[in-house]
Design a binder for this molecule. Structure first.
Ligand SMILES: [Fe+2]
Length: 285
């Protein structure tokens, strides 16, 4: 089930109303991006490792609702969370025509990656991965579960959601979102590798109760602020497609697939221009 298209103004109004955001968002161009970026003062989001669990086989459903796979009537187990924000460049300009991908483990601490399964098995109702195509405002949103900690293949991680941003067929940014004030954060080696305290704060996000939600829904706002300008293509045309994963072969030598966060913008090298995942372009809006 797709939560909304980029043209779904009505559903976005409903979504933002639940977050307590007013009608001014729909009457003042650019205000959405402006408001959403105030929370972190436009400090660049640190690039972080992709980790080893980017799906090795994509789910049949890749939309932005990770709670429901296709038309299933059984949702995933977990705390329902609306995760949204804006993709912006270094100057605060929204980044449109970008594909935002997320992936995370389920409530049993298992990824949909075949090597990322906990002994308790998989929640077969959790999509585990989703995509969203940004429009002119750079806005994205997902419905998913509040992330949980895991201990997989000898590595402990505090709760997090992986993010990747692609544009014109190239991966341009990879990072993770974590839960502010979660007690397990103190044990997370990936988080502690971000030395700049202000940069670290930008990925530590509050999950707050959606007012009046009968299902105890949460919302989390996470802006992806790229510490660089975003290049246009030579032909100045829009191209689709998702950039190649940063993932190295699972189980490789230390450092492969578990690259330490480099801080600042950039991260691992981008694939060559035009590089595309074999999975094809993201779905149309
Ligand atoms: Fe992870």
């Amino acid at each position: 089930m797709i939560i909304q298209s980029t043209t779904g103004a009505a559903s976005r109004r409903g979504f933002l109303a639940r977050l307590g955001l007013g009608a001014a968002f729909f009457t003042t161009p650019g205000l959405l991006a402006e408001e959403l970026s105030k929370s972190n003062g436009r400090i660049a989001t640190p690039a972080m490792t992709e980790g080893p669990y980017y799906p090795d086989k994509l789910p049949l459903d890749t939309d932005n609702d990770l709670l429901i796979i296709n038309d299933s009537i059984t949702p995933a187990v977990g705390e329902i969370s609306w995760v949204s924000g804006c993709v912006m460049d270094a100057s605060g300009q929204p980044v449109g025509n970008a594909t935002v991908e997320i992936w995370q483990c389920d409530s049993k601490s298992s990824y949909i990656h075949t090597q990322g399964r906990n002994k308790d098995g998989l929640d077969g109702n959790f999509q585990g991965y989703g995509r969203y195509q940004t429009g002119a405002t750079g806005f994205y949103q997902f419905r998913t579960i509040k992330p949980v900690s895991y201990d997989l293949n000898g590595m402990f991680r505090a709760p997090h959601i992986h993010f990747a941003v692609s544009r014109n067929g190239r991966r341009i940014f990879t990072t993770q979102m974590m839960v502010k004030d979660h007690p397990d954060n103190a044990k997370d080696m990936i988080l502690s590798d971000i030395e700049d305290a202000k940069a670290r704060e930008t990925i530590l996000i509050d999950f707050v109760a959606v007012p009046g939600s009968p299902w105890g829904e949460l919302s989390a706002k996470f802006d992806l602020i790229l510490g660089r300008t975003v290049e246009e293509t030579d032909d100045h045309k829009l191209h689709g497609g998702i950039g190649k994963t940063d993932r190295r072969k699972f189980g490789g030598p230390p450092g492969q697939g578990m690259v330490r966060p480099g801080g600042g913008a950039g991260g691992p090298p981008s694939p060559p221009p035009g590089g595309k995942r074999p999975d094809g372009p993201p779905p149309e809006d």
